[in-house]
Write a protein that binds this ligand. Sequence first.
Ligand SMILES: Nc1ncnc2c1ncn2[C@@H]1O[C@H](COP(=O)(O)OP(=O)(O)OP(=O)(O)O)[C@@H](O)[C@H]1O
Ligand SMILES: [Mg+2]
Length: 263
Amino acid sequence: MPVDSPILEARGISKSFGGLQALRDVSFSVCKGRVHAIIGPNGAGKSTLISIVSGFLKPDKGQIYLRDDCIDRISAQGRVKKGLVRTFQDVRGFSRLSVFENILLGSHVHGPRGLSDFVVRSGSIRRFRNSQRDMVFSILDSVGLADDGEVALSVLPFGKQRLVGLARAMASRPEVILLDEPGAGLSKEEMDVMVKAIRVLVEQGVSLLLVEHHMSMIEQLSDEVTVLDFGQVICHGRWNEIRTDVRVREAYLGGALTSHARS
Ligand SMILES: Nc1ncnc2c1ncn2[C@@H]1O[C@H](COP(=O)(O)OP(=O)(O)OP(=O)(O)O)[C@@H](O)[C@H]1O
Ligand SMILES: [Mg+2]
């Protein structure tokens, strides 16, 4: 597939919650191996869009295409099997399981049985676990968690817990990752580590939809940017083009976009 062909496409997505129109006719595409950022003020509809693309929510209208196949009828787990995985805006995971086990859970769609078996640790799961060991350690290494595999998730500092979320998504062997605010709550130093980890993914050829409030991350990572406001696309282009766009400035309370726009 040529680099510029879309691997993921959303066409005319609309979604209402009761009387609130969270998304209205939103379309975008992510090209293979590229980072497409979605920005917009709080409540603009970014997480709703990620939930719809990943299959956690059904749209009222519109279609999602992965590699030219319409995936509207495929469940969230089915989409992960097809190579489309999301991360969450908040830290999620199993606090008492080790970092290794949390990341291993990301690969369970390719394993022998369901999620609960991971906790029971049946024989087949033990064999699967052993077969995935090298893969998990290589992911740990690539996100800078090589020394933390045996530690319980809850013991890790917040920034590292966020990296585990990214690592868990990587363990499903995705082609496309939808990242919902990977920089939320991170210190400057932690954010630098996150940017590095995301760059590793891009170098591996993974395509990314990146929702983020920290404009420094958008500047460093994005190839193109779509701006949402009140559920509608108001602007699309490269970061250098959209950062000065008057519609975008107005959406962000009329102020200039800074590296720490509203969070
Ligand atoms: N499950 C839901 N039920 C009702 N309203 C919802 C639901 N999920 C989201 N909304 C509303 O839809 C709108 C868009 O929310 P969404 O979480 O997608 O915004 P966002 O752009 O991700 O915001 P933020 O930057 O704060 O994370 C908001 O007004 C929100 O309150
Ligand atoms: Mg959100």
